[in-house]
Design a protein around this ligand. Sequence first.
Ligand code: URA
Length: 192
Amino acid sequence: MSKIPIPLDEIRQSVSQCRSCPLVDGRTNVVFGEGSPNARVLIVGEAPGKNEDLQGRPFVGAAGKYLDELLGVAGLRREEVFIANVLKCRPPGNRDPRPEEIEACAPFLREQTRTINPEYIVTLGNFSTRFILKTDRGITGLHGQLHMAGRFKVFPVFHPAAALYDSKKREALENDFVTLGQLLKSETINGN
Ligand code: URA
């Protein structure tokens, strides 16, 4: 039997009170995520960076500006998707998330996903892809193809921050967002 989804505001409240891992000591703000609560597409990044920690909003720095452009390539606006991260607090110096931090934070993203109930989850980079697909495979072999995680269609892509200064990844990322746009459009037209 499926559980009743928890309202987003309740999840937000729990996130803001969370003290489950040591990242609480270095955070300025938690970054719950933002966007449409009825989004067809959930975007999942890795963890807040410096700007996100200061503003309490996801993807507001250079990678965020690029993400907005990529969404445009797929025919999406930032306000119509929901953008969240695996970790809700910034790791010091933007180091990689640790397994115990991911484990502590995991229930929040799981509940956000159940409540938003998107059709697509677009995972940005290795950490979110491995988390959502429960795989050890890397993003290089997984990006640009549709995968399933339970009832969700999962579309992994390179992380925009990794692509900013790597023209090969940038090309792949932009092509993948074109593909995403086509997937979204074809299924809207077919009414699926
Ligand atoms: N990188 C991420 O993975 N998430 C953010 O919110 C910002 C940068």
